[in-house]
Design a protein around this ligand. Structure first.
Ligand SMILES: [Zn+2]
Ligand SMILES: [Zn+2]
Length: 400
């Protein structure tokens, strides 16, 4: 946490013109009161909502931001166009900001982290900010190479205006106010809640470094994006519901698109994440990986220390071999005792090193300490032996 505190607080400015525009669309949505209630209006609103929610979730999010499946160039453009009818700025702007979110989730760099900058900022404040209006093209080199997408991104409100006009021409005032304005406002808040609600409410199932959650209700509201903790844990899958009961309509449609040949190379969740108990199994798997990593680094450290130790022991051994031939050493009780303790230390060291190679079940650090201690003991026994031989007056024999 302390590393985050070094980062200066990011601004929370809002552009007044953007806020006024945003407010006016909400006011326009109230036009449904003037038009009056009708089932046709409700149906138009819902159909328009889910049609465009699909373009946001399956399109902006899973296709453009995460590239979890492939499309032809025409269908790619149509999906981007449909997504932009939702008035959530340009497709490239959206994808670039979303990649940024995953990169910095809930750190101070995260533009819409409820934990860092508050619920309402994460919900809609950041969208109205003058600080995040630019599209970061560096974050989306794979998308910038399509000039038609860049054009669409530059003309970010064209699609939504055409869509509103179409609603009005086709369905009259009911179409404009129920099918366009109210539907668009609901769609905004439905989408925004992924950034706000889904980082605050719901269940955290998988161990992630961010605050992402899972929610069945939000999965219904957002066509499957409610499995946001799943998604933060494994981002490169076209599905966000990992279990059969985790409703994910966007993914069903992507799957159907694959069946009819529009979608290619749909990326799936690994089987290990699709079984009951997967989150617990993942925790164990990650812990094991960490332990293995720890063992590997400890082995490397012991090996490095071992090289230095071996040099010292080699020098002692040379000296010892030279002294050993001295007849005076033979039969001496003290010498026998020292020789025995050296042999014991050597045996212990060999046993420990064998253990160490198969260290999976033990704490590598403890074992490393034991190996170090045994080595020190062995070297010490050698030193005592050499010193003892020298004390007997056998010093300076020519090395054999
Ligand atoms: Zn995402
Ligand atoms: Zn998120």
């Amino acid at each position: 946490m302390s590393t985050f505190e070094a980062v200066p607080a990011l601004s929370k400015r809002v552009r007044p013109a953007a806020a006024i525009g945003f407010g006016l669309v909400h006011l326009a949505a109230l036009g449904v009161v003037a038009v009056g209630f009708s089932w046709k209006g409700v149906l138009l609103c819902l159909a328009s909502y889910y049609l465009r929610m699909f373009a946001i979730t399956a399109g902006f999010h899973r296709y453009f931001a995460h590239r979890t499946y492939k499309l032809g160039r025409v269908s790619q453009f149509l999906l981007a166009f449909l997504g932009q009818t939702s008035a959530q700025k340009g497709v490239l702007w959206w994808a670039a900001h979303h990649r940024h979110h995953h990169r910095w989730s809930d750190t101070p760099q995260d533009i819409h982290s409820p934990r860092r900058r508050g619920f309402w900022w994460s919900h809609m404040g950041w969208i109205l900010s003058p600080d995040y209006e630019e599209t970061n093209f560096k974050a989306i080199p794979d998308l910038v190479k399509f000039p038609e997408l860049v054009w669409l991104n530059d003309n970010m409100y064209l699609a939504t205006m055409l869509y509103g006009l179409g609603m009005w021409l086709a369905f009259g005032w009911t179409g404009l106010f129920w099918g366009y304005f109210l539907s668009t406002v609901l769609l905004w808040h439905g989408t925004f809640s992924i950034n706000s609600v889904m980082h605050v409410f719901g269940r955290k199932v998988f161990e992630t470094t961010d605050t992402s959650r899972n929610s069945f209700v939000m999965a219904l509201v957002t066509m499957g994006e409610g499995w946001h903790n799943n998604h933060h844990y494994y981002q490169s899958s076209a599905s966000q519901g990992f279990r059969w009961w985790q409703v994910d309509p966007s993914h069903y449609l992507i799957w159907a698109g694959e069946k009819v040949g529009i979608v290619r190379e749909r990326r799936r969740v690994p089987a290990r994440l699709r079984v009951p108990g997967a989150p617990a199994a993942e925790r164990i798997r990650v812990a094991r990986e960490r332990l293995d990593e720890l063992t590997r680094s400890a082995v490397a450290a012991v090996e490095a220390a071992g090289d230095r130790w071996a040099e010292r022991v080699d020098a002692l051994a040379v000296r010892w071999v030279a002294l050993k031939g001295e007849a005076r050493l033979r039969g001496n009780q003290a010498f026998l005792e020292l020789e025995t303790s050296r042999n014991r230390a050597a045996e212990r060291l060999i046993a420990l090193q064998a253990d160490y190679s198969a260290a999976a079940g033990r704490r590598a650090e403890e074992l490393r300490d034991e190996v170090d201690a045994a080595r020190a003991q062995f070297a010490e026994a050698m030193e005592r032996l050499v010193a003892f031989a020298e004390s007997l007056g056998a010093a300076d024999p020519s090395p054999a």
